[in-house]
Design a binder for this molecule. Structure first.
Ligand SMILES: [Fe+2]
Ligand SMILES: [Fe+2]
Length: 195
């Protein structure tokens, strides 16, 4: 399977483009993060021998996981210092806002709603686990955490690879195998871009 081609075909679908165009102009950092999370989620799907249909779902969910950030003020998204409790609460609403924005996409929205459920400080608190998509949710979650830690964000600098792995081990509450896999893919990717 040519995963880059598969990823691009999803990325270029109108329904995805409509959301991502808006995100790109609203908050470029989140847009770029979303592209990486979409691609990384699909790579993890391939690594786990998921069906083509599920890999596709990982692409959609990864690309759109933070679409609810469109409903969060830029002041909060761009804040350089530690967020207050109230600001943290606001930003955490992005999972539910994303769910609402994706209400016509019955499978994608279930994953997006839960993409912060597999971390120590998980949210939204009142949403039930989803057995059917449990693995897919964990994969988007690990791809998201890995990317957020490995890159500069408005609120923090990128961590080095050792540190990323350590933080994932302390904070990711899903299957531990996914940590190993995401770190491995990250390393392969770096080796390729350095050679
Ligand atoms: Fe998020
Ligand atoms: Fe994210």
């Amino acid at each position: 399977m040519d995963i880059t081609k598969f990823f691009n075909s999803i990325l270029n679908e109108k329904k995805v483009q409509d959301f991502l165009k808006e995100l790109k102009s609203y908050h470029k950092e989140t847009y770029e993060h979303s592209l990486r999370v979409g691609f990384l989620s699909m790579l993890l799907g391939v690594k786990n021998n998921f069906s083509k249909e599920n890999i596709k779902l990982l692409g959609y969910a990864g690309l759109l996981h933070d679409i609810g950030k469109l409903d969060i003020s830029k002041e909060i998204l761009n804040k350089k210092f530690k967020l207050t409790k109230a600001e943290r609460k606001k930003i955490e609403e992005h999972s539910e806002k994303g769910f609402e924005r994706l209400k016509n996409f019955k499978e994608i929205k279930e994953i997006v709603l839960r993409h912060h459920k597999y971390q120590i400080n998980n949210y939204p608190k009142n949403c039930k686990a989803n057995k059917k998509f449990c693995k897919l949710i964990q994969i988007v979650a690990i791809a998201d955490m890995y990317d957020a830690l490995s890159n500069d964000r408005s609120y923090k600098k990128a961590f080095d690879k050792k540190e990323v792995e350590k933080i994932l081990k302390e904070n990711f509450t899903g299957e531990k195998i996914y940590i190993e896999q995401v770190v491995g893919i990250g390393k392969d990717y770096e080796d390729n871009s350095n050679s």
